[in-house]
Design a protein around this ligand. Structure first.
Ligand code: FES
Length: 159
């Protein structure tokens, strides 16, 4: 067999392999497109995220001295002489729920401590507990929006 014949045969095999690979790749892309289309068809556009804005009641339910843990919303509602405010109960380290102590808040997971306004006293928490915006709805109820942080120390009086 001449070397040209061997080279020609190798080229034919290479072409065949190339065509096979091309056909398989095209088929795989087509299949991927079909799977993506089916997935999109069955995937609902509805969002099942928990509502981040919620009513907590009328201002008269939060007289000066109130400290309330709304556990299912992961927020503390506090009322003092300067006003009402909302502090997250989610530790800024890895997300465990903090609990109230005599000096502020503490995380049960890795021991982070926060003072009474949520500032970190000892780590590993990287930052203080977020404060959330509180507004008043047209029906007079106070509304906490945990998607909107406000500067620590933001307190409002409502009537
Ligand atoms: S999750 Fe709170 S200290 Fe780690």
């Amino acid at each position: 067999m001449r070397s040209e014949d061997v080279q020609e045969k190798d080229e034919k095999v290479s072409r065949r392999d190339f065509l096979t690979i091309s056909a398989l790749a095209t088929g795989a892309l087509a299949l991927l497109g079909i799977v993506a289309g089916v997935f999109r068809f069955f995937k609902s556009d509805a969002s099942y995220e928990e509502a981040r804005s919620f009513k907590i009641g009328k201002p008269e339910n939060f007289p000066v001295g109130t400290f309330r843990n709304i556990a299912d919303k992961k927020v503390f509602i506090v009322s003092d002489d300067a006003g009402v405010y909302a502090i997250s109960s989610v530790c800024t380290h890895l997300g465990c729920l903090v609990y109230e102590t005599d000096t502020g808040f503490q995380c049960p997971c890795h021991g982070s401590k926060y003072n009474q306004v949520g500032k970190v006293i000892s780590g590993p928490a990287p930052r203080g507990l977020p404060w959330y915006e509180i507004t008043q709805d047209v029906d007079g109820s106070l509304v906490v929006d945990s998607s909107r942080e406000v500067p620590a120390g933001t307190k409002n009086r409502f009537s």
